[in-house]
Design a protein around this ligand. Structure first.
Ligand code: HEM
Length: 422
């Protein structure tokens, strides 16, 4: 550990994926913060950054901390990263915050209704479809010596799965991916006005497609999530159309890129650790453990935020009403107080209590689906392409805060005698 002085610890943009050092070596930065400033004051963004597993878990479960940015002050970090600017200048398309940005009692009510539609059975029913969708994407790739794993496989797979599960026509797949990527930029505290404009346009276009689908399912229901939500609405008159649309938007936006990143970060970690890749190829039953280790080792959603609803304290540290805390899930997942050899990638690891899906009332609703997609997606890929290896073009990580993953991850897949650059 190098000599450190709290005044030299990074703040603001230097603690985001826009910073080259942080993006490529986040563990080095997290280790310094955890050791020297576990309640790191980041004045540039007006927040404190928590990096210990215990503190991160505690703030996510603490009743005095909220997520609804509308209650936080103007100019607060919470507002900067909550994408609430989406409501401005949207004409007559109203905006409803996503589930992850609503506090109780509304959160409890909507989450309960949502859980009725998004059941473990509904997810399990998707198993054969996830296999079939993976297969349809993989078969044409066999004719190629190499390709971009993100563009051709890890990107489209979750979009096709969630679109089908919701009951949105997969003919819209390319648009859905483009719109959800643009809406994701609402979480970037550094977004400029052009990005904000694209975000708004995408939100309006996506809302129109979802509104049409809700109306179509009301006229003739099917076995899909939107029909189930419309049924819940009619039975209990408690879920508005706007709430359904907002939920579907979140399923698309938060569920898509994170699952792409689970697969991309996973393949990247396996390629960087050939012995682990070989162990998985030798024993495919390790896939469930491997996915948990990928989630811990290089977690797709690196942090989330909370602000204090009242004056309170966290593990003895006073917090004033309105203060924002960033809970670093990625740092918590590499805390040596929680994990032995935290920076080692070990798919047989037994201490797997990671926080990649969060904790407390907002714990990821889509975790069972993400796990299933990650397991089937990676396993099917390795069955098709056991000789996968990095291409000569290096991979490129995304520069967006929170959502850690690859923009492109070029791989070669033919057997080793056939080579070539991508
Ligand atoms: C590997 C993939 C995924 C990761 C790492 C992930 C991570 C997370 C995390 C950390 C949270 C909690 C955020 C907070 O407490 O502020 C969350 C919430 C949520 N996730 Fe995921 N997620 C993934 C996939 C999905 C999928 C596939 C879906 C659905 C299709 C989904 C839907 C949701 C929803 C609706 C919430 C909000 C829950 C609430 O506020 O009650 N996620 N996710």
């Amino acid at each position: 550990m190098p000599h450190d002085d709290i005044s030299t610890l990074p703040t603001g943009v230097a603690l985001t994926a826009r910073d080259d050092h942080f993006r490529e070596h986040p563990d080095e930065v997290y280790d310094r913060l955890r050791l020297h400033a576990p309640f790191h004051v980041d004045e540039a963004y007006g927040r404190r950054v928590l990096t210990r597993h215990d503190d991160v878990r505690a703030v996510l479960r603490h009743k005095q901390f909220g997520v609804d940015a509308r209650k936080s002050g103007p100019g607060s970090y919470m507002r900067r990263v909550a994408g609430t600017g989406v409501s401005e200048g949207m004409g007559n398309t109203a905006y409803e915050p996503p589930l992850v940005l609503i506090d109780d009692p509304a959160h409890r009510r909507i989450r309960l209704l949502m859980s009725k539609a998004f059941t473990p059975r509904a997810v399990e029913n998707m198993r054969p479809r996830i296999h079939a969708i993976a297969e349809a994407l993989l078969v044409p790739l066999a004719a190629e010596p190499g390709f971009d794993f993100i563009e051709r496989y890890a990107g489209p797979l979750p979009t096709l799965v969630i679109a089908e599960m919701m009951g949105v026509s997969t003919a819209h797949c390319a648009d859905l991916k483009r719109w959800s990527d643009a809406i994701l930029m609402g979480y970037d505290p550094e977004r400029d006005s052009a990005t904000q404009r694209r975000l708004r346009e995408s939100y309006v276009a996506l809302t129109a497609v979802l509104r049409e689908t809700v109306e179509a399912r009301r006229r003739s229901p099917r076995e899909d999530l939107i029909s189930a939500m419309v049924r819940a609405q009619e039975a209990e008159d408690r879920l508005s159309d706007l709430e359904i649309i907002s939920l579907c938007t979140q399923l698309l936006v938060a569920g898509n890129v994170t699952t792409t990143d689970l697969m991309g970060n996973g393949l990247h970690a396996l390629l960087a650790h050939p012995a682990q890749l070989q162990a998985l190829l030798n024993e495919p039953a390790l896939i469930e453990q491997a996915v948990e280790e990928i989630l811990r080792y290089d977690c797709p959603l690196t942090e989330t935020a909370r602000f204090a609803l009242e004056d309170t304290e966290l593990h003895g540290c006073p917090v004033r009403k309105g203060d924002t805390l960033t809970a670093s899930l990625a740092a918590a997942n590499h805390d040596p107080a929680q994990f032995t050899r935290p920076h080692d990638f070990d798919i047989t690891r037994e201490d797997t209590a990671h926080l990649a899906f969060g904790s407390g009332v907002h714990v990821c609703l889509g975790a069972p689906l993400a796990r299933l997609e990650g397991q089937i997606g990676l396993q099917r890929f390795l069955e098709h392409f056991p000789h996968v290896r990095p291409a000569s073009t290096p991979p490129r990580r995304r520069q967006l805060p929170f959502f850690r993953g690859f923009e492109c991850l070029p791989v070669m897949v033919g057997d080793r005698e056939r080579s070539g650059a991508l």
